[in-house]
Design a protein around this ligand. Structure first.
Ligand code: NDP
Ligand code: N5H
Length: 257
């Protein structure tokens, strides 16, 4: 246990099950003494989350429903958090979505609808969330989102999601400039491949895992806990001089040509 996040109210968005990156982050936040507030889209995820919290003896401050595709749902979720919790000190944005059939083959085949869907859920949502969260972050704090190397390089099959993550990373920089004057920092963690529900069944995932063990400087996979600890660092005062940045938690894979 460390006290990095003692007395800090942190909103975690995107726990679907025990494999979720947001669950790794939850465990790290709990270890750092944070008070936790959760948002879910699906009722099924809420039930999974409640079970996980009980099993791990974590007492959440609040769980609210939030569909990031819907502005009113985001406004309502943060309104409820404001009413029931008051000031918040951080947000973990760990949500993304693209049509599975557009996460393979040629990127040029992406439909207009599929392109906008990926941008909407995976990138624009951070803008809308930051706007609402900012109102409750009256003592400053941190916002951290999750990205992937496919934003910077062409990674086969990542396709429309790579373009959405590129927009997300650019958004991190523009948002960081907007909210820096209020003492709020915005950063992203760029994780290596982690076997989660989202990753299940997507083409080429296993190959990406194998190549990390072969080529990354650390020659080993990363896991949810490593992403969790790095995310807590970016939320905490330890990173008080860092904003608008992307921190790679990928065993160093991104530095290799
Ligand atoms: P999970 O499947 O565990 O989590 C994805 C989450 O996105 C789910 O909790 C889901 O909520 C949520 N979500 C999707 N659409 C919406 C919506 N409209 N409104 C609210 N929530 C929504 O997968 P991961 O943990 O892998 O993904 C988390 C983040 O990490 C994503 O941004 C992903 O791109 C990123 N990432 C993942 C990597 C990996 O290898 N797994 C690598 C690098 C980055 P619900 O369950 O309620 O549907
Ligand atoms: C190069 C790769 C492998 C290929 C691309 C994978 C991209 C995955 C990201 C998105 C988020 C996956 C996705 O939207 C799946 C959905 O179409 C279907 N799944 C669901 O609906 C489940 C039930 C719910 C919970 O999922 C969501 N998202 O709501 C990238 C990999 C090496 C790394 C990776 C997997 C990156 C990433 O961004 O997740």
């Amino acid at each position: 246990m460390n006290n990095l996040m003692q007395n800090k109210n942190i909103v975690v968005m995107g726990v679907a099950n025990n494999r979720s990156i947001a669950w790794g982050i939850t465990k790290s936040l709990q270890n750092a003494g944070a008070n936790l507030i959760f948002t879910n889209r699906q009722e099924r995820s809420r039930q999974k989350l409640e079970k996980l919290l009980a099993e791990n003896e974590i007492e959440p401050k609040l769980i609210v429903s939030c569909d990031v595709a819907d502005d009113e749902s985001i406004v309502q979720a943060f309104r409820e958090i404001g009413e029931k919790v008051g000031t918040i000190h951080g947000v973990v944005h760990s949500v993304a979505f693209a049509n599975r059939d557009e996460l393979k083959g040629e990127y040029a085949n992406t439909s207009r609808e599929g392109y906008l869907l990926a941008q909407n859920i995976s990138s624009y949502s951070l803008v809308a969330v930051t706007r609402e969260a900012k109102k409750l972050m009256t003592e400053g704090g941190g916002i951290v989102t999750q990205t992937y190397l496919g934003a910077e390089r062409v990674v086969p099959n990542y396709n429309v999601m790579g373009v959405a993550k590129a927009a997300l990373e650019a958004s991190v920089r523009y948002l960081a400039e907007d909210v820096g004057k209020y003492g709020i920092r915005v950063n992203a963690v760029s994780a290596g491949p982690v076997r989660t529900l989202s990753a299940k069944g997507v083409s080429g995932f296993n190959d990406k895992m194998t190549v990390i063990e072969e080529k990354a400087p650390l020659r080993r996979q990363i896991d949810q806990d490593q992403v969790g600890d790095a995310t807590v660092f970016l939320l905490s005062d330890m990173s008080r001089g860092i904003t608008g940045d992307v921190l790679h938690v990928d065993s160093g894979f991104h530095i290799i040509a």
